[in-house]
Structures are given as structure tokens and as C-alpha cells.
Design a protein around this ligand. Sequence first.
Ligand SMILES: [Zn+2]
Length: 226
Amino acid sequence: MKVPYVSNTDIDSAVIELLGKCATKLGRELLPPIPVDDIIEKFLGITLEIVDLQTRLGMVDVLGAAYFDENVIRVDENLLQLEGRLSFTMAHEIGHWQLHRPLYEMEKVTVGYIGTRVSVPDFVCRSGRKPPAEVQADRFAARLLMPERLVRIAFHTIHGEGPFLLAGLRNHQGDTSVVGPWSELAKAVLIQGNFSNVSIEAMRYRLDDLKLIRDKESTEAQPNLL
Ligand SMILES: [Zn+2]
């Protein structure tokens, strides 16, 4: 399925809208760990199945799949051992539901599909391959599991005001000297904010995305960016 460009601001709004609806229904703010399985089943009324998707779809790298007409999200059972990836995949599928299902429904009306397509996934989500719809769903997932306001509160409680400056963040991202302190910071934020269903890697990228961690050299060269 081809999808149009969706800005990060639009994705932010979609996540805030969903969390707001959940909070209204629940009568309180949804706090980390964000219960993505409950959002799927209780708030969105979608059936969630953890199955051997790899065999079912004949793909070794499949993580999850969204079946719009069946109203089902299926996640591969191998992820049960990896809580961070399991939650991220569920949040990613919610992203397809919120961002892409309306387009699918519109297309269905325009093109004139008849009946329902059972057991044919509309999105098959695999590791490695990232067409635009997958990138959008990933961005949605990161924002849903790690809401900006709550990440900022946890980060500033640990670090105080201002970003964490790290030498080599841009040019030596894979080096141990960079990954080490970056991971330590991410881990501290996970603990402080109770983001217990998020992986260290996902929080690392979220901190970078929110510019809470910045490249030391380029920030010192352009201090007005702070
Ligand atoms: Zn996907």
C-alpha cells in the first residue's frame, strides 16, 4: 500500500489524540509502561493474536501484520522472549491502524472492493525493510511508548536542564565510547520514567530524536542551537 508523506508533527498529533481518547475512557492519564496490548484490545477493539507468523506467512523476518478487514493484529510468537521488541511491534501495528487504515478504507470505497479479504494482511512488518509506511509506523510506535512530555520529565530529573552532550555522537555512532554512555543514559531514563516495556536501543534513538542528547563538537561549535 502506497502512503502519502506524513510529517512528524502529524504523527505527534495522532499519538496525542489516541492517548487522550484512552485517558478519557480510563478516567486517568495512561502512564508508562504504556499498555499497548490493552490499547489494541480494550481501547481500539481489535483482536490481538500472538502466533507463529513466520510459518504462516512463510517469511523468516516477519514481526507483525495488520489485517484491517479481519480486525486483527498478529504478532510473531518469537517476540515473546523480547519484551521491548514485542511492545514496539504492537505499537507499530497500532501506528498502521491509526495512520493508514483510514487511507485503506477510503481506497476501498474509491476502487470499489467487494466483500472482505480474510487472512490477507494489509501490512506485513519485517525487520530490515523500511518503506515509507513502515518508517511512519515506527515513528508512531516510538512516540506512543515514549511520550515526549514524560521522557522529558524523566530526562531532566536525572540530568537537570540542558541536553546531554556526547563527543562523537554524529561521526562515531557505532563506537563503544559513544554507545556506552548513550546506553547508560537511556537506561537511566527508562528506570526513572518506568518505561519498562521499552528497549535501551529504542530509548537511545528517542533521546536523539528529541535532541535531549546532542553531538558535543557540533553543539560547542554552534552554541546558539542550545
Ligand atoms: Zn509495519
